[in-house]
Structures are given as C-alpha cells and as structure tokens.
Design a protein around this ligand. Structure first.
Ligand SMILES: [Zn+2]
Length: 262
C-alpha cells in the first residue's frame, strides 16, 4: 500500500485514459492520491476528479510559483476563500514555492506569494506542499520564521546533501518528497539519502505526468509506477519493501494529520 503525495493526474495529459490511470494506481496498491493545485484553470478538473473518486483522490489548494498571473492577488483572495469554507476538501496548501529556474525576474514577488500562502497553512492548520527550483536560499529565508508552526513536504527534492540536512534541521515538521529521480542511473539522491536523511523524513510522490522512474524515464509518469521508487528506497536503506511501505504511510499520516484513506 502506498500514497502518492504529489500527482497531477487531472491535467490534459490524462484526458484520454484518466479512469484507467486511476484503476492501475489502485491495482498497484495506491490507497490515496494527493493532488496539488496549479492555477485557476486547474481547480475545476482537480475537484471533478476528487468527486469521481472520493476517498481516493484528495485535493490541495494553492498557486504554483511558475503560474503567477500578472496580478496574482485577486486569485489568491479567491483561493483563500475556498480554504476558509467550513468542510472544504483540501488536505494541504499547495503547490506553492519559488522557481527561479523558469523565471528569475519575479523573485521578490514569488517570495511574497509564498510567504502569504504559508500564512494560510498556519491559519487553517494544513501542511504546505513546497516546490523549490534553483531557490533553496529563498525558500528557507521565507519559511524560516514559521518553521516551528508548519508541517509539509519539500516536494521533488533535488538539492545537495547539505541542503537536505539544512531543510530537515530547520523544519522539523517537514519531509522530503522523493520520486522517479531516485531511480535514474546517475542520480546523486541515493547516496544523499543514505548519508543525511532518515527514512522517517521521506514521503513518496510521482509528480505525474513528469519524472517517470526507470525503466519508464522520459515517458508520461503515473501513480502505478510508484512501487519502482519504493523498491529503490528499500534497496537504498537495506530494508524490506513491506517495512518501507509501512514507514512511508506512517510518515504521510504524521504530516497530513488526517486519515487519508478509508
Ligand atoms: Zn507538482
């Protein structure tokens, strides 16, 4: 059994066979699929998928750093209203973060928007799903003042051993999101995890449709491939697959706080 903590299977890449993708995920052992939001247009398809597969697919709410509209604040206000509604379905604030790889020109604005959304996580008592690309320093600087109040995931961790250690030390309520990159031939991740990251600080994710694990590298990713990542983790930590699966489920529940599957 596993939980894919970060998957975007509501996007158009899955329009042709979304139900089969969900069925294959369940067949492979998925007990929950956590869906980070991206922008305004992604909200409806994400919620439709969660209604079609309630109890399995769980939405998050947030604005992705590469998708800021020219003026992001009206949309941010609408998103905040959604999170303020009693009984809303959202299990986390996300996907939020700073991405200076795609666009470094709005660095300050991205940081401000991240700080604002991190405030929602505190206010609504939700974990934060954080995207960091070429922006380790910026993300640490923005989130550090809230480090003791926040829980969450540094999704698709791709930094150095020192960066991993800094994140885990500074943010005791966070885990690193590990996915297909772990299985890539020249990946530095297995060594970094072995040296600096206890298994208790890891959750698994596909980031579908991106970053499919070996031997599907370069193809569309989907949740049914996640057992490939879990067996690579078992190899990395020299533990039986079943023990790793149990630990990953425990970690996920500790972070998200609520029961994520029935
Ligand atoms: Zn994502």
């Amino acid at each position: 059994m596993f939980i894919d903590t970060h998957t975007h299977i509501y996007t158009p890449e899955f329009d042709a066979d979304r139900n089969e993708v969900v069925a294959r995920a369940v067949e492979a052992g998925a007990v929950a699929l956590l869906l980070p939001n991206i922008d305004e247009a992604s909200i409806r398809p994400m919620l439709d998928l969660c209604e079609a597969h309630s109890g399995l697919c769980r939405p998050m709410m947030g604005l992705h750093p590469t998708e800021l509209p020219p003026d992001p604040w009206p949309l941010l206000r609408r998103m905040e209203q959604l999170l303020a509604e009693p009984g809303h379905p959202y299990v986390a604030v996300g996907e939020v973060g700073v991405d200076l790889y795609w666009d470094a020109s709005r660095r300050e604005e991205q940081m401000k928007v991240l700080a604002h959304q991190a405030g929602w996580a505190v206010r609504f008592g939700l974990p934060l799903m954080v995207h960091t690309r070429a922006a380790h320093r910026e993300v640490v600087e923005v989130l550090r003042p809230l480090a003791r109040q926040l829980t969450g995931v540094f999704h698709c961790f791709g930094g150095t051993a020192d960066e991993a250690a800094e994140l885990l030390d500074t943010f005791p309520g966070f885990a690193l999101g590990i996915g297909g990159v772990l299985t890539f031939k020249k990946s530095a991740l297995p060594a970094i995890l072995q040296q600096r990251v206890p298994l208790s600080r890891i959750v698994v994710e596909t980031d579908a449709p991106y970053l499919a694990p070996t031997p599907h590298r370069g193809q569309r990713n989907e949740p049914c491939y996640l057992p490939l990542v879990i067996s690579k983790l078992a190899e990395t930590y020299s533990q039986p697959v079943a023990a790793v699966e149990r630990q990953l489920l425990d970690n996920t529940h500790r972070l998200f706080g609520t029961p994520l599957y029935i």
